[in-house]
Design a protein. Structure first.
Length: 365
């Protein structure tokens, strides 16, 4: 895996091999509104049933490319409960990247990269509607200091690497407006003022080819941002965690010891740790998966609580954040496909009957 921190590489890459994927991930936490938000823009969605079927049957059909399966995912959680969920695949023609304007667009949503003095700015536009009538509109602004190119001081590994992780903006001031319209509930309007995060992932083969499972998390604290990933490969593990300064200028603590505890499963018998302990030379962090906000056959998303102890800070720091777990081999399981089809939308195609009913569709969240 290549790990970088360079906004200049935050553009769509060439992905010629079938099964490759790319995504741009943004999230924020607004403490005053008890609001967590996640939006992901995909160029080659790794969860697309059509893309997966094509990759597994290239002997009988032309190989699909990542560009054939762009998608947008939006999740909004208020007080630890989902209030809006959207995962929709678009036609290839609905994806665009304007190199001059540094602007990516998929369907009615997208983002644009800009600058304000020495600050990096991402403007995110949201305009999406579900078959059942619920919709979301919003304009968000992520603004933060540039990361140095050598933030992680990790040499690029030799040979071909199947995955690249570009942590472009570990910490950002996030402001804006979000409006959620619903056929069942009163409209919700949020004036956002929180702390955000952005990264960019590139994969040159299906995730299941590279690792068995993957934990990832991000927690903003007063003095910086804690970011970790725990990747269990077929024959090895790759664990990394950092505490990055609030101005994104450097790594304050590196954690080289990881312990997973309190394993539990959901109705789909998907096991994952609910407690993660990270230890480094001068600091220790404990992450507790406090609230399950997304639980499926191959994926969890949690609202987590973290505590940081360090030699440099006399008092404990604590904060809430986002943590995720994925088991990619299960994405390819035909057994779970009917459940995925209830949740996964494809623009231009007839929606699943569950998706047309706003009450039933909420049960898939």
């Amino acid at each position: 895996m290549i790990i970088t921190s360079n906004y200049k590489n935050d553009y769509p890459r060439d992905k010629e091999s079938s099964g490759s994927y790319e995504w741009w991930y943004f999230d924020f936490f607004d403490r005053a509104n008890a609001l967590h938000f996640v939006v992901i823009f995909y160029d080659g969605c790794p969860f697309s049933p059509g893309y997966i079927d094509n990759w597994e049957n290239t002997s009988t059909r032309p190989a699909a490319k990542a560009a054939d399966h762009p998608a947008v995912s939006i999740s909004v959680y208020e007080n630890g409960k989902p209030v809006f969920y959207y995962l929709t695949e678009y036609d290839k023609s609905d994806f665009s990247w304007n190199e001059q304007q540094k602007k990516l667009k998929i369907g009615g949503s997208g983002f644009q990269i800009g600058h304000e003095g020495d600050k990096l700015v991402y403007l995110i536009e949201l305009n999406e509607e579900l078959p059942g009538g619920d919709s979301i509109k919003g304009l968000l602004r992520f603004r933060g200091c540039h990361t140095p190119d050598n933030l992680f001081r990790i040499p690029e590994p030799a040979g071909r690497q199947a995955h690249e992780w570009n942590m472009t903006l570990p910490g950002a001031e996030t402001t804006g407006e979000i409006e959620i319209m619903s056929r069942l509930h009163t409209a919700k309007k949020f004036s956002v003022n929180g702390r955000g995060y952005h990264d960019h992932n590139l994969g040159l083969e299906p995730m299941k080819m590279e690792f068995k499972n993957w934990y990832w998390g991000r927690i903003h604290m007063n003095s910086g941002t804690l970011v970790y990933y725990i990747m269990n490969r077929k024959n090895s593990t790759d664990n990394r965690a950092w505490f990055i300064s609030s101005d994104n200028s450097g790594v304050e603590y590196f954690f080289d010891e990881v312990r997973l505890e309190d394993f539990r499963s959901n109705l789909f018998l998907l096991p994952s740790a609910r407690k993660i302990i990270l230890k480094g030379k001068n600091a220790e962090a404990t992450i507790q998966m406090s609230e399950v906000v997304d639980s499926g056959p191959f994926y969890y998303r949690f609202i987590c609580d973290a505590i940081l102890k360090s030699d440099d800070i006399p008092m404990l720091e604590s904060a809430r954040g986002i943590s995720e777990f994925i088991h990619p081999a299960r994405i390819h399981s035909k057994f779970f496909r009917p459940l995925v089809n209830m949740r996964y939308l494809c623009k231009g195609k007839k929606p699943h009957w569950v998706q047309k009913n706003p009450s039933l569709y909420r049960w898939t969240w």
